[in-house]
Design a protein around this ligand. Structure first.
Ligand SMILES: CC(C)(COP(=O)(O)OP(=O)(O)OC[C@H]1O[C@@H](n2cnc3c(N)ncnc32)[C@H](O)[C@@H]1O)[C@@H](O)C(=O)NCCC(=O)NCCS
Ligand SMILES: Nc1ncnc2c1ncn2[C@@H]1O[C@H](COP(=O)(O)OP(=O)(O)OP(=O)(O)O)[C@@H](O)[C@H]1O
Length: 202
């Protein structure tokens, strides 16, 4: 089974593009979704987050206040790294399990949508990697609008990620998602056709 990594920065269009691929019948593993699921699968993660960051990041029902924790950890690198140290081993484990399940089900291609695919070194385990690129200003505007964030809140997030120009060096294909969706869909179709054509050589 071909494992394809799909990455980008905050708001570069990973979910939008994953949904288009899903409609084409391609199986997608969504790392942001897994980051939510592991909190329920492994209760010790929440305990560790409480110990490290405090009770104030949980509501009365014991649910994680995601936006508040995000605002807190994306302000300082050591806070973000502490959270990653707690949660990433579980996310990686679940990603591996899901790839295995799709492989056993006989799928020929599966895409992993993960924002920190490169930073976490996961790209090395993929057959091919795709970057969703947008210019910086389009990225900032789209996230401000989607999440109702201030410019500072968006910049805290983009600054905690590897620069999109730097990410280009690690991938096989770059999709420019700065323009309209038609242009993006044409680029995806071309890349998927290229990958499938090369399949026998991977
Ligand atoms: C901090 C948290 C609670 C904020 O939750 P929230 O629901 O507001 O955002 P969500 O999870 O949907 O993430 C939105 C975007 O933030 C960015 N982001 C998330 N985690 C990270 C990170 N560790 N480093 C850089 N950017 C990140 C990504 O662009 C992501 O797509 C959450 O992002 C989290 O648990 N992050 C740590 C897990 C992680 O590293 N996930 C990435 C797996 S590859
Ligand atoms: N080509 C496009 N033209 C206009 N708007 C777009 C385009 N692609 C994505 N968007 C919009 O930009 C916003 C960010 O896109 P999306 O949510 O897919 O990004 P993401 O990479 O999954 O974000 P995150 O990293 O935060 O999970 C959304 O509101 C989406 O509708």
């Amino acid at each position: 089974m071909l494992k394809i990594g799909l990455t980008g920065g905050v708001g570069s269009g990973k979910s939008t593009i994953s949904n288009i691929l899903k409609d084409k019948g391609i199986k997608i593993i969504d790392a942001d979704f897994i980051a939510r699921e592991v909190l329920n699968i492994y209760p010790k993660i929440k305990e560790k987050i409480k110990e490290t960051f405090g009770e104030e990041f949980f509501d009365n029902q014991g649910n994680l206040k995601r936006r508040e924790l995000g605002n807190f950890i994306f302000m300082h690198e050591e806070r973000r790294k502490a959270l990653e140290g707690i949660i990433m081993p579980y996310i990686k484990k679940e990603i591996d399990l899901r790839f295995k399940t799709y492989e056993e089900a006989g799928e020929d291609i599966c895409i992993l949508d993960a924002p920190t695919l490169i930073e976490q070194g996961i790209y090395k385990h993929m057959h091919k990697n795709i970057l969703i690129w947008v210019d910086r200003e389009t990225q900032i505007e789209r996230v401000m609008k989607r999440d109702n964030f201030t410019r500072k809140q968006v910049l805290d997030r983009t600054n905690s990620q590897m620069d999109l120009e730097e990410k280009k060096k690690y991938v096989d294909f770059v999709i420019d998602n700065s323009k309209d969706l038609i242009s993006t869909i044409n680029q995806i179709n071309y890349i998927i056709a290229m990958i499938k054509k090369d399949e026998g050589h991977l």
